[in-house]
Design a protein around this ligand. Structure first.
Ligand code: ASP
Length: 444
C-alpha cells in the first residue's frame, strides 16, 4: 500500500504536512465537531474533496475538505502482527504432503485498520489457521509467490511446474497449490500440459473470501483439496472449489475444462462442456468421469515446463480490424487463438489476412466465444473459407486452454510437430462428445 493511496490535491498536502499516512490514527477538527479515527485509503477514482476515517466504533465516515479546521496525528500505524502456532501432527504414519502457495485471496487477510485485503498469510500461517490439516497429513508449506493471480505470467507457470515436479519426484503424496481465483483456470491448464503422467492428483485451490472473514471458503476448500490430493483414485491436475454456495459439496474440475464463471459466488468455478471430474462430500470422493487417468508409478513422470509468450488470445468483435493480427505478427507473434462467433465465425474481411499469415508460418486456431458446444467450420461457407485459409478448429476446447496449449507447444516442441500436438487430446482438453445437460449450465 502506498503512503496515501487515493488522496490527492489539497487533502494530500494537508495530510503530508501533518506527517500522516493511511493507517495512522488522527484527530480531525471540523467546523462543528471533532473526530478521532484511522485514516483509510480511498479508491483512486473517488472524489478528491473527502478524507475517510474509520471511527473507533467501526463506522467509516467521509469528511469534506472545506469543513476541516485542523488535523493532528494521534498514533502511528504499526502493522498487525500474526504469530502462527506450529502445527502438531497427529501421527508419524500420516502421508507427507505440501502446500505450495502462490498468493491470491486464499493467502490474504483483511487489514481491519484500513479495511483492505492484503496478501499477508504465508503458507505456514494457513496451516495454523486450518489446524485440521495436521490430522490429514504431515504438511510442509512453501510460499513460492505472493501475488494476485492477475499478475501470473508464463514464467510463473514454468517455475511452478518445476517446483511441483521436484516435490512429487521427492515422494510427496499430496500436493496442493493455493492460487488466486482470477487466473486459476489458466495455471491449471498450464500445469496439465507441463506435467506429463503425474503419479498423484495435483489440486489447485483458491477462495472467494479471505480466510479471516466469517464467510470465508478458504479452510473448507483447503481441507477438501488436501484430502483429495491424498485419497483420490485419479492423477492429473484439478481445480477444487465449492460445488454449491454451502460448504458441504466441493466440485473437482479437470484443469483443462474449468472457468471462473461468477465474479463473487463461492461456487464460481464450473466445468465447461463436461461434468466435473468428481465431487468431494462428507469426506468421500465421488468420481463422475470415467476417462480420468489413474494414479501411477512415478517412473513415467515427465516435465515440459516451457511456454512461448509470443501467442495471443483474440476475441473477435463486430467490425474488428484485421490490422490487429498483422500488427502482432510484425512484432514476432507466432500463433493466435481466435474466439470467434457461434460455430467459429469472423467477419469475412479477416479471412484473406489470416490466409496470408498462415502462409507466413503463423499458427491460427479457432475457438468459440459461446463457451458451450463445439466449433464447426463446415456448416456455413464463411467457415469453409476459414478452413481453406488454414485456420484449424479446436472442437470444444476452452479458448484460454487453447491459448495455454499453443504457448506450451511452441515453448517445448519444434514447429513441425505443433499441429499434431494441438489436435491430440493430451490432458482431456477435448471432450469425446459434448453432452449438455441443462442442469450443468451455470445458474440454471
Ligand atoms: N484477484 C484475486 C486473484 O486472483 C482474486 C482471488 O484471489 O480470488 O489473485
Amino acid at each position: 500500500m502506498e503512503k496515501l493511496d487515493g488522496y490527492s490535491g489539497d487533502i494530500k498536502r494537508l495530510l503530508e504536512e501533518n506527517n500522516v499516512r493511511a493507517g495512522d490514527v488522527i484527530r480531525v477538527v471540523t467546523l462543528d465537531r471533532e473526530y478521532v479515527g484511522t485514516l483509510i485509503p480511498r479508491y483512486e477514482y473517488a472524489s478528491q474533496d473527502f478524507l475517510t476515517l474509520k471511527l473507533l466504533n467501526g463506522y467509516n465516515i467521509g469528511i469534506k475538505f472545506d469543513r476541516i479546521l485542523s488535523i493532528a496525528l494521534v498514533e502511528k500505524h504499526s502493522p498487525p502482527s500474526f504469530k502462527p502456532t506450529p502445527p502438531k501432527f497427529r501421527s508419524e504414519n500420516l502421508p507427507h504432503a505440501v502446500i505450495v502457495s502462490t498468493g491470491g485471496t486464499i493467502a490474504s487477510r483483511v487489514d481491519y485498520r484500513t479495511g483492505g485485503v492484503r496478501p499477508a498469510l504465508t503458507a505456514s500461517d494457513l496451516l495454523s489457521v486450518v489446524p485440521e490439516l495436521a490430522e490429514i497429513a504431515k504438511v510442509d508449506a512453501e510460499v513460492l509467490f505472493s501475488i494476485y493471480s492477475e499478475n501470473m505470467t508464463q514464467s510463473h507457470w514454468t517455475t511452478l511446474s518445476k517446483k511441483l515436479h521436484d516435490y512429487i519426484s521427492r515422494g510427496y503424496e499430496g500436493v496442493v497449490v493455493t492460487h488466486g481465483t482470477d487466473t486459476m483456470g489458466y495455471t491449471a491448464a498450464a500445469l496439465s500440459f507441463a506435467l506429463k503422467n503425474t503419479p498423484i492428483p495435483i489440486i489447485l485451490v483458491g477462495s472467494q473470501r479471505s480466510s479471516d472473514r466469517p464467510s470465508s471458503d478458504a479452510s473448507s476448500n483447503l481441507i477438501s483439496a488436501m484430502h483429495t490430493s491424498i485419497k483420490a483414485p485419479f492423477s492429473g491436475v484439478y481445480v477444487l472449489m465449492h460445488g454449491w454456495v454451502s460448504d458441504e459439496r466441493m466440485a473437482i474440475h479437470l484443469g483443462t475444462k474449468v472457468r471462473k464463471l461468477h465474479t463473487s459466488r463461492r461456487d464460481a468455478f464450473k466445468s465447461v462442456n463436461t461434468k466435473p471430474a468428481a465431487f468431494y462430500e462428507n469426506g468421500e470422493i465421488h468420481v463422475l468421469l470415467d476417462n480420468l487417468p489413474k494414479r501411477r508409478p512415478p517412473s513415467s513422470f515427465e516435465i515440459f515446463p516451457n511456454f512461448d509468450e509470443r501467442v495471443a488470445l483474440i476475441k473477435f468483435y463486430p467490425n474488428m480490424s484485421p490490422e490487429i493480427f498483422t500488427y502482432l505478427h510484425e512484432r514476432g507473434y507466432r500463433g493466435f487463438i481466435i474466439e470467434g462467433f457461434g460455430l467459429g465465425h469472423v467477419n469475412s474481411t479477416l479471412t484473406p489476412v489470416l490466409k496470408k499469415l498462415v502462409k507466413d508460418g503463423v499458427f491460427i486456431f479457432m475457438t468459440s466465444q459461446c463457451i458451450f458446444g463445439r466449433v464447426r467450420l463446415t456448416v456455413y461457407d464463411t467457415g469453409r473459407d476459414l478452413l481453406e485459409a488454414g485456420v484449424i478448429p479446436l472442437e470444444d476446447m476452452l479458448p484460454e486452454t487453447a491459448f495455454v496449449k499453443l504457448s506450451w507447444c511452441l515453448g517445448n516442441f519444434e514447429e513441425a510437430k505443433v499441429l499434431d500436438i494441438m489436435k491430440a487430446n493430451i490432458a482431456n482438453e477435448y471432450s469425446p462428445r459434448t453432452v449438455l445437460d441443462e442442469g450443468e449450465w451455470f445458474g440454471s
